[in-house]
Each structure stands twice: as C-alpha cells, then as structure tokens.
Design a protein around this ligand. Structure first.
Ligand code: GLN
Length: 559
C-alpha cells in the first residue's frame, strides 16, 4: 500500500495548492519514489469539460481523454508521470456514482447518506489512483478552502482514511496564508491559527504547514506558528512568493520538507537531487540571455488561467532557447479592423490557440494573414489551425466565404467540417475527438525537423476536421500536410513552404510540454521568433527585461 499525503488549503483560495502539491511530488520523485497526484474538486459539475473557461480556466486534457482541472497540468509539468481520468474527481462525479447505485437498487432500500455512502465513494476514488499500479506515494489535493460547506465530505473522508491506514501511512499538509500587514509592519499568524482550528474541529490535525507569505518567516515566527498550531517547528515551511513558479520545489527542499515527510511516513530518507531542475529550468528562467516578444491572439485572453498550458509551454520554449518570453495577450475581437494590427509592433511570433465560440474569428484570420504575408513565425493550435486553413482558402485559393461549418453551415467552401460519421451522431458531445491519438509526421518538413521522429502521439479536443475534398488544391498552392493520422484520413499538422516558420496543428501540444523538456513545436517556434527578432529588432533581442521578483508574471499581466 502506498503512503498518502493529503493537501488542504486554508484562509483564501488561489494560494497555489496545485503548485505546492506538484512541487512536493517533484521533490519525492527525485528520490526515486513513484508518486501519483490526484485532485478532488468540491463542485457539483460532473464533467469539467463543460465548464466555462470564464469561471474555471483551462480544461486540461489527459492522454485517456479526460477533461480535467488545470491543476493536472501542473502535476504533469513538474513530474515524469502522465495522469488520467482517475486523477481528477469532482463531488458531482462522486454523487452521480452514489445516486446511480441507489437507482439500481444496490443499497437495497437503505437510507443513502453523505456519511458513509458519499465518504466511502470518495475513499474508493482515492484508492482507484493506485489500483493495479506501482505507487509509493499518493498525493491527494483537496480543492476549495477549509471551512467551505462543499469540501466537508472530502475532509471527513480523508479523516476516516487516516484512521483506517494509520499515522505512519498518511500525512496532512495544510497550505495557509500568513499575510503582511503594512500598517503594522508585521506578518500575522492569526488567520493560520483559525484555519488550523477549523481543521481540528473536524478531526484533522495538520502535520505540516506551508505558509504562503510575501516576506520571510524567521525562526521565532515559525516557532510561534508551530506552538499555536500544534505542529513541530521544522514542519512549518515558508512558501514565499517567487519569481518563477518552478522555484517552489527548490524553496521547499531547502527547508527540509522532505526530511519531515520521510520521517513521519517512515520512508527511508535518500537525499535526491534537484540540481538538474535548478540548472536547466530555474537558473535559465531567472537569468535568461535573450528576450523575445510573442503575441497570443485568442478569445479568452483577459483571463489569466484560460490558456494556462499555452503560456507555460511558451515559457518552456523560452527556457530551451535561453530566452525570456514576453507574452502580449491580444483579444482577437480587437483585431477586426486593419488598423488594429499596429498592436503587433515589436512582436516576433504569433500564436493563435484553441477556442470554440467563433468570437473574434475575423480578427484571427486577419492576424494569420499578416503573419503569413509578413513572414512572421506563426503557430496555430486546434482552432488556430482551422483558422489558418480558412485564411489560406480565402486569401490564397480565392475561395470567397470559405469557412468552418461550425461558424457558417452554408459556406460555399466548407474547408473545415464534421466528418460524415460525426454528422450522423446527434449528441454533439459524442462527436468530440478527445485524448491521445497517433500521428505520422512526414519527412523533410518543419514538423519533422522539430519532432525528429515520424511517429508521435498528441492530445486532441475538437469536433471539426480539415475537409479532405480540398486537400489537393491546398497542396498545389503550397500548404503541406506534414502530419496525418496513421490511416491518412485526418490532417493533423499543416505548414507553409516559403515561410520561415508557419506550423499549425489540430491537436494541443501544450498539454505535453515540460519546463525541462519543452515541447519540440514550442521550442522551435520560440527559436524562429528569436531569429525574427534578431533580424528585425536587433536591439531588443539581446536584452531581457530586468528580472525583479515576479517580473515574468507581471509582464504577462500588463502587456
Ligand atoms: N471549435 C473547434 C472544434 O471543435 C476547435 C476546438 C478547439 O480549438 N479546442 O473543432
């Protein structure tokens, strides 16, 4: 049986529980332990895939086609594991399971209750993570904030879980806030005391506290928190704001969090080194030699989290090229007039990500045309590829009114459409292509230059496809189909001849990029953007914006 670590959060949301959990996994993995991470979300939605990006940020897609919470993205980026359906569980899914059982009569008419039926289903969900798999440690992150009504069944379930598996096999880590009050010039521990108090009321005594803070928490302050919250002083870990989220594992390890975890869980302590992570990721992220500005042109651009994996992958591409990446986020609706293109001044690469609503679609065509004609590196992803195809049809092949049938059912040139078999499916949800699919990459193409292999597997989340009736006409005009499904039927990657870097893919490469192993397409996109920048704006290419703490994030937020 694996050891269990449960991560809860207190005081406020958005303290970075996902990153904290992923960082702990990273530290343990470096010791040779096999770690799995799981997210339990308190909301009642059964299918996170249907949740609005405006409320919930990005939908992260796993190999097995599960549409999950974006925290799974952090888990995969920090560790070597790939996760799936069982690693993301919502209250809605748990209740759904219990209610279906009740409908089938499995409870034989007994009263169905939160305790024990819902809590039992939660515990089952936790065990599901390591069924038929080797796993040394399972980290279970509980979404929401302690004190919320919604997370109570989860907290009760993990309390019971510890009771069943014992102290040596389970550990509670609580992430809390230690705010700095300017007027008093002091850090305050009271919110943490209250939050731990609330946890204790429901029978959970945390073993380790992660204290999110702006300022240093010194030893006497740690001792005070330890005393009032009933934890050991060395189990009070400062989680100070950092410039790059990839510093967090280093900061935790420096304070010996792994020693406390190993001692409490009776895991034999091996030091494990994060040296490579420090050298290949953090050092470069903090002190890059170059700087490059790229634009992301999409519809949910105002939201920090809606394209989380895209922004992270761009940074990975930067790290692979020793470069800072300044991301200019542009709402495609604002690009619908030709004059608006001056927003692209100083931009050395353009990325159009996925989307669905059709909002600002004309702006996307305009920016793609600009990238194509001005030979600015261009990267299209999912809807971004579909838009690149439509733009090419309209402006190169002179197919006036070409479109995707998603946006205009009556278009004279449906260059993007549903497959015939999809048309027959009434339930639109059923027609979605989700999860990992193989793709064959053609030799002597930009895609092959990036991947250096002909066989790849990438994750999908879309319904519409390139319409094969038009393949020949596109090819003749200079669009290459550099990636296709193994049966040759589905176009997965398109690119242009006579352009330094114009590649667009139907899949989502951003779900497979890691800071220490940038996705090859992101790596090469940034490399070509750097080339463009050096050729066109030579002064700015070599000068990273001075990195004060948080600069990278702020640049993204303000640009
Ligand atoms: N709306 C498009 C489709 O369903 C693209 C989806 C996406 O970009 N994820 O095919």
């Amino acid at each position: 049986m694996p050891k269990h670590i449960f991560v809860t959060g207190g005081v406020v949301s958005s303290l970075g529980k996902g990153i904290a959990s992923a960082s702990i996994a990273k530290i343990l993995e470096a010791k040779g332990l096999k770690v799995a991470i799981q997210k339990l979300d308190p909301y009642l939605n059964v299918d996170p895939g249907n949740m609005s990006p405006y409320q919930h940020g990005e939908v992260y897609v796993t190999d097995d086609g599960a549409e999950t919470d974006l925290d799974l993205g952090h888990y995969e980026r920090y560790t070597h594991s790939t996760y799936g359906r069982e690693n993301s569980l919502t209250s809605g899914q748990i209740y759904y399971k219990v209610i279906m059982k009740e409908r089938r009569g499995d409870y034989l008419g007994g009263t169905v209750q939160v305790v024990p039926h819902v809590t039992d289903a939660i515990k089952e969900g936790i065990r599901e993570v390591y069924r038929n798999k080797r796993c040394d440690v399972v980290i279970t992150e509980i979404g929401g904030t302690v004190g919320d009504i919604e997370s109570l069944p989860f907290l009760e379930a993990i309390r019971q879980f510890r009771h069943e598996v014992g102290r040596e096999n389970s550990l509670f880590i609580h992430l809390t806030l230690v705010p700095y009050i300017k007027a008093a010039g002091e850090l305050k521990t009271k919110p943490t005391q209250h939050s731990v108090g609330t946890l204790r009321e429901i029978g959970i005594q945390p073993d380790i506290l992660l204290c999110r803070t702006e300022k240093r928490i010194d030893k006497p302050m740690k001792a005070k928190i330890a005393l009032f919250c009933n934890v050991e002083p060395e189990a009070v870990i400062e989680a100070r704001d950092v410039s790059s989220i990839y510093e967090v594992p280093l900061a935790f390890k420096e304070q010996g969090i792994d020693k406390v975890i190993c001692r409490k869980l009776k895991i034999e302590y091996k030091a494990g080194s994060l040296h490579a992570w420090q050298k290949d990721v953090v050092d470069i992220a903090l002190r890059p030699r170059f700087s490059v500005k790229v634009a992301v042109v999409g519809e949910y651009i105002e939201l920090q989290d809606a394209y989380k994996s895209i922004y992270e992958s761009l940074r990975h591409g930067g790290i692979a090229n020793d470069s800072q990446v300044i991301i200019k986020r542009i709402n495609s609706e604002k690009l619908e007039s030709a004059r608006a293109l001056n927003q692209l001044k100083g931009v050395a690469g353009i990325l159009v990500p996925g989307g669905s609503g059709g909002c600002g679609i004309e702006g996307k065509f305009r920016v793609i045309q600009h990238a194509r004609e001005k030979k600015i590196p261009f990267f299209g992803i999912c809807l971004g590829m579909q838009c690149a195809v439509i733009e090419f049809a309209r402006n190169v092949l002179d197919m006036k009114g070409a479109n995707s049938t998603e946006f205009n059912k009556k278009t004279p040139f449906p260059v993007i459409s549903l497959l015939e078999e999809q048309e027959k499916m009434k339930d639109a949800g059923g027609a979605m292509r989700l999860g990992a699919y193989p793709c064959e990459v053609k030799k002597d193409t930009g895609a092959h230059k990036a991947y250096k292999t002909e066989q790849i597997s990438e994750r999908h989340r879309h319904r519409y496809e390139f319409n094969n009736e038009y393949r020949e006409r596109f090819q003749k005009a200079g669009m290459k189909f550099s990636g296709v499904s193994p049966n040759g039927k589905l176009v997965e990657i398109v690119e242009l001849d006579h352009h330094p870097w114009f590649i667009a893919c139907q899949f989502h490469p951003e779900f497979k990029s890691k800071p220490d192993r940038a996705h090859p397409l992101f790596r090469d996109f940034i490399a070509s953007a750097l080339e463009y920048q050096k050729a066109n704006f030579p002064k700015s290419a070599l000068k990273p914006v001075p990195v004060a703490p948080d600069t990278l994030e702020k640049v993204i937020a303000h640009e």
